[in-house]
Design a protein around this ligand. Structure first.
Ligand code: HEC
Ligand code: HEC
Ligand code: HEC
Ligand code: HEC
Ligand code: HEC
Length: 412
């Protein structure tokens, strides 16, 4: 594990030597009430703000160690899927990893670790790996080298062990407990660092499975502009600006873990109108990539339910099997093996269906409805794991149940 240079450790210990117990010193380095929201420390880091460096040497690999000075960011990050990217913390990842180890062998853990625990690729079961896509993954960077072959850690060139750079130019020596330097361009542009892992992944047959970066190519909106919205508070006592960008990395899991639908509400919309005998549902994807993007087993469906003038349900677009009843209202990818049978993306020979919404796409779905229908309720549902995939992965429980991510009503 990477430790501080001895002289910094000495400095930290010297700070603990003024007739105080070490825990009191540590208390001093945690954000004092009031100092987080007020922007105290605007003239510099904790040195200027009066926060002492922690008594123990800073462990760059441990996100909790950053809380003394960057508390707001650590709290956000702890809730994020980057903090839960390890197999012991994410049941969906664990299920797929276990299945692939059984089918493909012992090289799988390291193959996955390239992106899920990139600071511990050769030791995916170590304590170090549990930190997942940790702070150091993105901040201890010298540069990011994107290429068609490099995936995750292969594209990330790490800097000398104590260096942590962000989106701003920070003078050397400013943080005392870790190195600082000029802005890291791969973070400052809001996209390059993300593409190291979210660019494109292919299965052993060479078929693209996740392709968020490819879907986004040519779009000027940065990944951080939507996934790291600005928070009106400094990043902690070390914050030198009144705002910082959220490290919760907003994504679909937040709907299951926190009931947070803000990302969907802001960039997707659904509405509907009657046209004679027909009802037209309108879906608009304003995200800078397809919907749903990323992990290929995600699935969305638009359920339409018709009510008569008395409020009785008289119609619905899905009766038994959505794919048979109203395939146009089912949004996802379908993978098949060499024989054409549905299979999980890693074992697929072909993508048989891609009915997702492209970026900026507005799609109309017209259906004939009975004349008695006076009102249609629309519900856009999302599955983290499509039912067939959940079955193949032996996954059950709340993570396999859909969530309604958007609703709308239209009356005749
Ligand atoms: C003892 C306090 C302290 C601790 C602990 C600490 N930092 Fe810092 N950090 C600072 C200060 C002070 C700055 C400089 C802030 C400035 O001038 O804007 C800084 C700057 C940074 C920057 C550059 C920010 C930017 O605006 O570009 C990053 C990234 C960073 N720290 C990451 C971390 C991480 C990751 C950890 C935990 C492994 C950590 N820090 C632990 C005090 C600390
Ligand atoms: C997946 C990559 C990633 C991870 C993981 C990550 N960061 Fe960041 N961080 C960023 C990006 C990108 C920015 C720049 C956002 C912006 O445009 O302002 C940033 C900005 C920062 C800043 C500057 C905030 C300011 O005041 O403007 C600090 C400090 C920081 N991160 C600390 C941390 C700490 C501490 C952790 C772990 C608890 C962490 N980061 C984890 C990508 C990451
Ligand atoms: C204009 C806003 C916007 C921008 C820019 C954007 N996204 Fe998204 N992203 C969304 C929305 C909305 C969702 C949720 C719907 C979905 O899954 O498509 C999402 C979902 C995601 C997910 C979750 C997929 C899943 O189900 O696990 C990932 C990962 C992601 N985006 C990565 C990126 C990356 C990487 C970039 C930059 C290359 C980026 N996004 C740019 C809006 C945006
Ligand atoms: C080192 C690889 C790596 C980098 C760099 C990285 N990510 Fe991720 N990201 C992951 C992994 C792995 C997951 C999935 C974790 C899981 O679900 O187990 C993930 C998940 C996500 C999600 C989905 C959250 C959810 O709720 O499902 C979003 C959004 C996201 N990342 C955005 C970003 C953005 C924005 C950046 C750039 C600032 C970035 N990531 C950089 C590896 C990375
Ligand atoms: C190129 C980087 C990369 C590699 C290598 C990688 N992943 Fe991922 N993985 C991601 C990213 C990024 C996500 C975030 C979700 C998304 O894009 O939708 C993710 C998400 C997942 C998810 C969905 C988790 C959830 O909670 O919804 C599973 C399952 C998964 N990966 C399994 C694996 C397995 C198993 C391996 C190894 C065989 C692996 N991944 C290798 C980047 C990678």
């Amino acid at each position: 594990m990477l430790r501080l240079l001895p002289w910094i450790a000495l400095l930290a210990l010297a700070g603990a030597g003024c007739h105080k117990k070490p825990d009191q010193d540590h208390g001093k380095a945690t954000p004092a009430a009031g100092s987080v929201g007020t922007g105290a420390g605007a003239q510099g880091g904790p040195g200027a703000a009066g926060a002492a460096p922690p008594a123990a040497p800073l462990d760059l690999e441990d996100p909790k160690a950053c809380a003394a000075c960057h508390a707001a960011i650590v709290a956000e990050f702890t809730d994020s899927m980057h903090a839960q990217a390890h197999h012991e913390l994410d049941p969906i990842y664990r299920a797929m990893r276990t299945l692939r180890i059984a089918k493909e062998g012992e090289q799988i853990p390291q193959a996955c670790a390239r992106c899920h625990t990139p600071r511990a690729v050769s030791a995916p079961d170590s304590e170090l790996a549990r930190a997942g896509v940790s702070c150091a993954t993105c901040h201890n960077l010298a540069k990011v080298e994107l290429s068609a072959e490099a995936r995750g850690v292969e594209a990330l060139r790490f800097a000398e062990p104590t260096m942590l750079r962000g989106p701003h130019d920070v003078a050397p020596g400013k943080a005392v407990v870790h190195g600082t330097g000029p802005a890291q361009p791969a973070l400052a542009d809001g996209t390059t660092v993300c593409l190291a892992c979210h660019g494109e992944e292919r299965n052993p047959q060479g078929l693209a499975t996740c392709a968020t970066g490819v879907e986004h190519a040519g779009d000027e909106r940065s990944c951080t502009s939507c996934h790291m919205p600005e928070v009106p508070a400094p990043n902690g006592v070390a914050g030198t600006r009144p705002t910082h960008r959220s490290h919760a990395f907003l994504g679909p899991h937040r709907a299951w873990q926190h009931g947070d639908l803000s990302l969907f509400a802001e960039h997707l919309s659904v509405s509907g109108r009657f046209e004679g005998k027909r009802f037209i549902a309108v879906l608009h994807n304003r995200a800078a990539h397809s919907f749903p993007t990323g992990f290929p087993a995600r699935l969305a469906m638009l359920a339409m339910t018709g009510f008569d003038a008395k409020g009785q349900q008289v119609w619905s677009n899905f009766a038994k099997d959505p794919l048979a009843d109203h395939p146009d209202a089912v949004f996802g990818k379908g993978y098949v093996d060499a024989e054409g049978k549905p299979t999980l993306a890693p074992y697929a020979a072909k993508m048989a269906r891609d009915h997702r919404l492209e970026r900026n796409e507005q799609r109309e779905l017209g259906v004939e409805v009975p004349p008695t229908v006076a009102r249609v309720e629309l519900a856009l549902k999302l599955w983290l794991v499509a039912p067939l995939a959940a079955q193949k992965l032996s996954l059950t429980g709340p993570l396999t149940e859909p969530r309604v991510i958007l609703k709308a009503t239209a009356t005749r």
